[in-house]
Design a protein around this ligand. Sequence first.
Ligand SMILES: [Fe+2]
Length: 304
Amino acid sequence: MPWLSIDDYGTSGWQLAGDFLWRARHYCGELEKGEILFFPAPPFDLPKSEVDFLVSLKPADSRLHKNISYRPEQDLLRGLADSSNQTRVQDIMRRYAAAVKSFISAFLAPYAGKFQIDYASFRPLEEEGRDLPLHKRNDLLHVDAFPSRPTRGGRILRVFTNVHPSKDRVWIVGPRFPELASRFAEPAGLSKFASGSTMLRGWIRGLGTLGLPVADRAPYDKFMLHFHDWLKENPAFQTTNDGKEQLNFPPMATWLVFTDGVPHAALSGQFAMEQTFIIAVDALVAPEAAPIRVLEKIAGRAMD
Ligand SMILES: [Fe+2]
């Protein structure tokens, strides 16, 4: 199986009596090592009427943005052109984000209280045949890194649901981060990124704590942004079939994946919901599999 199918957790919580913490820890470890956790239906409340409403929105409603995005911490909705739907869509996204957050706190209990909830999105456009600049193309394999939100080693966990009424969402995934990095991190220029002066970085961080506006992007964040683009630009990596698998996610399937460690590309599919979390390094159960630790081992120096 290209994923690990979960049958002991559902909308009413754990399906087994007794101590479930060891199961939660097991699933965290599998995820961190690059496994994709699969549920045939959302393991949290996602009312059909709300999904139907999102899917019914005209494409013009999101013409300015490729996605409708929602920032739970600020209760901020972006990407909707028709403001008459603003309140309803915002209510739907607010409830969705809260439901996924409760689910993650219970299902992945070792992370509870140690994650930051990032943006949620509704993705209304067909992925196949989109005309996008190379670095923004979703159909090229990449690992995720956010230009506007450096994580300094924190990991990017994403929860996706295919809400198309009848069509699969089709992904390709590639070799997991330890193998990917061992083959490509040095050719991509890791040593150049890892060699930033530790003394200078300490000084910059000091200015930040004084409240001065300084760009505090760790060598890790700089490398991951570069690596995202470098992988998309690399025809040898994009065209080889080495270690690649196709995954077809059926309607209403829900899957969890650390997208900073699993190279992925969306080939086709329309209508998906997604919620992102940043998991702190000290909450990880398999920190040695975290991209920052993998890169530090290769580079022989700290990158945070
Ligand atoms: Fe991605």
